[in-house]
Design a protein around this ligand. Structure first.
Ligand SMILES: [Zn+2]
Length: 205
């Protein structure tokens, strides 16, 4: 069993390799261990990340086949099916770490901002269900001085939106609450920078 602390360390180290352009031989080797992973899986972390094509969790953390249980959805929102996926993986495979991974210049945050500034009529109900979840994280900064600084506003909104999903996972599921209290499950937020390729973790001890 990999502890939450050790899992965080693996992710930090993997991201350091990725950011410096050195992909791990270890990760590549594990990639070839198909027979082992065909039988069972034992991911050491769960990642709830954005679908953005530039932020594939396995690559930015330099991990191999079977290492990460990844849920990707535009805007890394924690709607019921995402929470259910985290519950499933956390209770079945026993990883002790869940990371909500947002990223700079997130299109879902930008789309929500556009929608708030210029609402579209007849928008798809499905798309709206994503925007509605991101909306509070953008809306609250529109009333502040950040409204005059688009880059800063998006940056703050991305982080706030990660925080909302973290809260949802920490407090919106009996199963996860129990695992947090009794099994040392850690749920943390993080942001990937498209500019530096580095991941910054929030509020981790
Ligand atoms: Zn995104």
């Amino acid at each position: 069993m990999v502890s939450s602390h050790e899992a965080l360390e693996r992710l930090r180290e993997g991201n350091r390799r990725f950011a410096s352009g050195v992909r791990s031989r270890d990760a590549n080797l594990r990639h070839s261990q198909q027979a082992e992973t065909a039988m069972e899986q034992e991911p050491f972390a769960i990642i709830l990340g954005c679908s953005d094509s530039r932020v594939p969790a396995e690559i930015v953390f330099d991990q191999g086949l079977g290492d990460l249980f990844v849920i990707r959805v535009a805007g890394n929102i924690a709607a019921p099916s995402q929470v259910g996926s985290v519950e499933f993986a956390a209770s079945r495979f026993g990883p002790r770490l869940v990371v909500v991974l947002g990223h700079s210049q997130c299109g879902a945050v930008l789309a929500t901002l556009e929608e708030l500034q210029q609402p579209t009529e007849n928008q798809s109900r499905n798309l709206r269900s994503i925007i509605d979840r991101v909306r509070p994280s953008v809306e609250k900064f529109l009333q502040t001085e950040l409204q005059h600084d688009l880059d800063a506003l998006v940056q703050h909104a991305v982080r706030a939106n990660v925080g909302v999903s973290v809260n949802q996972l920490r407090n919106g599921s009996e199963i996860l609450e129990r695992l947090i209290q009794t099994e040392g499950l850690l749920v943390v937020g993080a942001e990937y920078s498209l500019e530096t390729r580095e991941v910054e973790f929030f509020d981790c001890k």
